[in-house]
Design a protein around this ligand. Sequence first.
Ligand code: MN3
Length: 200
Amino acid sequence: MAFSLPPLSYAFNALEPHIDARTMEIHHGKHHQAYVTNLNNAIAGSPAENMSLEDICKNISKYAVAVRNNGGGHWNHSFFWQIMKPGGGGSPSGALADAINAAFGNFDEFKTKFNAAGVGRFGSGWAWLIKNASGKLEICSTPNQDNPLMDIAEVKGTPIIGCDVWEHAYYLHYQNRRPDYLAAWWNVVNWDEAAKRFSS
Ligand code: MN3
């Protein structure tokens, strides 16, 4: 099989109380696993089996919708687990902090705009902070399992942070309160990982 579920680098309960253990267990072990399984089924016997997931995303318009949904799902969730960590949160420093201030005024303004992108996404999708082709930061949102790497994305760029706003990411603990989930999510953001991605 071409792709496999990456292990979490922390325990299911490590992001509590902000994200509960049961949600993490189902989200990683069931939802993410299903994207991996369905992606592998969708590309079986095709050249995509030997391509990087990032290259598949960048050329996603050439693939079947099952590859778009499940390849996106696999990339997005692999990223999501890394962009969170126990004891995360706070605010970024260094070049990333400077770039956020330059693009959005200040950190609180940035968070307000990011939250609006997440709350405003109708149905299922993601909110993103990306670095665009000219190196500037932008906030955007994608439907379903699309992401800003994809050639079909409205706003394209390299994801710096991203938040899953599908109901499966928060419903057990927050029910319909997506804004409460987003507010809590800032407490687990891994700014070290975000800074690494921003400077690469
Ligand atoms: Mn999800």
